[in-house]
Design a protein around this ligand. Sequence first.
Ligand code: ADP
Length: 279
Amino acid sequence: MTAAKAKPATRARKRTATRKPSPAPILSGRELVKDFKTDGTFTRALDGVSVDVAPGGFVSVMGPSGSGKSTLLHLLGGLDTPTSGEVLLEGNQLSGLSDRDVTLARRGSVGFVFQFFNLVPVLTVAENIALPLVIAAQRPESYRQRLDEIVARVGLEDCVDKLPSQISGGQQQRTAIARAIFPEPAVVLADEPTGNLDTRTGRQVLELLKTLQVEHGQTIVVVTHDPRAAAFGDEVIYLEDGKIRSRIDLSARRASRDGTRGGEQRAQAVLAWLQKLGA
Ligand code: ADP
């Protein structure tokens, strides 16, 4: 009896002793400050923001308009440089690199998705997805298999030969997501990806991003105004006046990709948290 009781305790000790350390972040911002000076006006858009994104993680960024969300995303993706602080992408420091070297570090490591899709209107869905290879005049046969796989991943099988103007807003955003993930980037950064879509379509786009995270290990950072969209993240940070005012860890709560009750649990947690913040 005593021996039987001792067994689980030993196992528990063993588990504690061998618990794996958290993996190193794939993307980090450390003490990021960003100042803008235009026409004699000084704006501190970010004021000491630190954020770590784990490999395969999903972080949502919320906050009022002008709080610094897009600026943070641009710095994390190397589209802009911080006034001070540093950005580490897959262990490499982006700050201090030349524009050319940042572009090289970013290429293949970061995919961007924007609110207004930014598709090339005269190219088909397939051509938009494989854009860099189309520009490089590569033979379609050389990337056909990869293209088919990505098209299936985002559910655009019926649209590949259509122009952006011939498909819905949701399908256009799926195309933009497909284009972002086509080079297998380590991280996808999305700035208000549902901002130009109706609620239902926006939810489907978030479901897709969640699927990419859960089933394909994609790391995702999303800027959003929508608490229900933010709830797809494992962590939500709330920016105010360029600082992180609060953050909530949702990873212990069940997430769902199909909009059922697990996802609802997270959404309720985010709504209650925002209410507490008075946001
Ligand atoms: P959010 O995405 O939360 O709406 P932004 O990051 O776009 O906020 O902007 C944060 C602050 O920085 C705002 O006051 C905005 O006007 C200012 N800002 C952003 N980009 C620029 C820029 N390129 N030049 C000057 N000011 C900017």
